[in-house]
Design a protein around this ligand. Sequence first.
Ligand code: DX5
Ligand code: ZN
Length: 221
Amino acid sequence: DKQYLIAPSILSADFARLGEEVDKVLKAGADVVHFDVMDNHYVPNLTFGSMICKALRDYGIDAPIDVHLMVSPVDGMIEQFLEAGASIITFHPEASAHVDRSLQLIKDGGAKCGLVLNPATPLHHLDYVMDKVDQILLMSVNPGFGGQSFIDSTLNKVRDVRKLIDASGRDIRLEVDGGIKASNIRAIAEAGADMFVAGSAIFNQPDYRAAIDAMRAELAL
Ligand code: DX5
Ligand code: ZN
């Protein structure tokens, strides 16, 4: 596995040309497609569902698709996204009535599973599931919108979760989402993250490769 993964969030892509956009960002060097699912209930915004994920697979996208569920309830959506070709599915623990069951549902469907913690969500949600999760996603903005500013207190949380992961002895990805750009990605990596979501910092640039290369250059320092 690669040490660091860059996961562009298609929330900031041109939805009218989504297949081409995803193709283009992968050819520009992205590792993973970050797929933000919002339901106008758990978060105050509405994006896309499993049909769009399936459409990307049918279009020929074969890169890992990292589905970030900002929906409540979660289990029905998990089943749909397993069917639609998701590679990784993460959800917010407070949005699931039975967190262990939802994680197990993802694993049984053959995808990687993980939990997402909002900026103010405590780490105790990770207790008793560290043996199950493949990935932990820390939100560095409040979920719902692209283009927000990185919340700096997330860095301490990244350090704390890195310690938990190392103590678990398991191979768990530590992903951070929200407000990431070339100017702060290095500090986030130094705190212990190894997977970086970036929406506006990639899709709002004219040259996706230049935007991704600038991030990788910071990670290589
Ligand atoms: C926010 C989403 C993020 C968002 C990131 O709810 O989960 O993935 O698209 O966008 P930027 O990188 O613009 O903060
Ligand atoms: Zn996201």
